[in-house]
Write a new protein. Structure first.
Length: 226
């Protein structure tokens, strides 16, 4: 019983630090935020940051990951979008789950402010965040795209396709205020997300197939030889 109480207290302190860090990093950015300010806000001793996170950079990275998980629709890494084997179903499932997670109103606002600041003032943790979070998301999307199988996309083509799909999903987050104002609603509901997911899927699938049907440099050379 004592061990359970001890663990509960540890979890409570760690979570208080993460929540406080989210608000402080979102307000000041990585470089201007101080461990002292975070600890004062969390009601924790400065030594606690070293105990739980070892460094300010680790605290920042874990705060981003923590904010990402604070969602009713957080998508576990092991979700199998490929189970159906149908490219349309797989792509729509991937796009919808990404949108549902991105647009979830239950996620704290500080998380989105941290991500925005990261674009303009990259932190030392950016490379690790890309490795831990962005690359696994990208790899799952690449596996879905490869279900189409008409021809293998070149690395350049694949990067552009992935960026296009990511950009379409991100638009509805980054431009949320404008989009909702133009739609005449105060928030995204399930039917909105369904409609957006259908559009991104259909639009992207058409574009991917058009790219796959274009002659490659090697096929053009073969045509010239013949």
């Amino acid at each position: 019983m004592a061990k359970n109480i001890e663990k509960s207290q540890d979890d409570s302190t760690r979570n208080r630090l993460l929540l406080a860090a989210g608000e402080v990093f979102a307000l000041h950015g990585f470089h201007r935020a101080t461990i002292q300010t975070i600890c004062e806000k969390a009601g924790a001793n400065i030594a606690a940051v070293n105990y739980y996170f070892a460094s300010k950079e680790n605290l920042y990275l874990e705060t981003l990951k923590f904010g990402r998980r604070l969602s009713r629709h957080f998508l576990p890494e092991d979700v199998d979008h490929l189970a159906s084997g149908d490219p349309l179903v797989a792509l729509r499932s991937f796009v919808r789950s990404s949108l549902e997670s991105l647009l979830d109103e239950s996620r704290p606002e500080w998380y989105f402010r941290m991500l925005s600041l990261e674009q303009f003032e990259p932190s030392p943790a950016l490379e690790r965040y890309i490795h831990d979070v962005i690359e696994p998301w990208r790899n799952r999307l690449v596996a879905v795209i490869e279900l189409l199988g008409e021809r293998k996309l070149s690395p350049s083509e694949l990067n552009l396709v992935v960026s296009s799909i990511a950009g379409q999903c991100q638009y509805y987050l980054r431009c949320r205020a404008v989009v909702l104002k133009m739609r005449g609603t105060g928030c995204y509901c399930a039917s909105d997300i369904d409609e957006i997911a259908d559009h991104i899927t259909t639009f992207s699938l058409g574009g991917i197939r058009a790219i796959m049907q274009r002659p490659t440099a090697s096929s053009e050379q073969e045509h010239v030889k013949s």
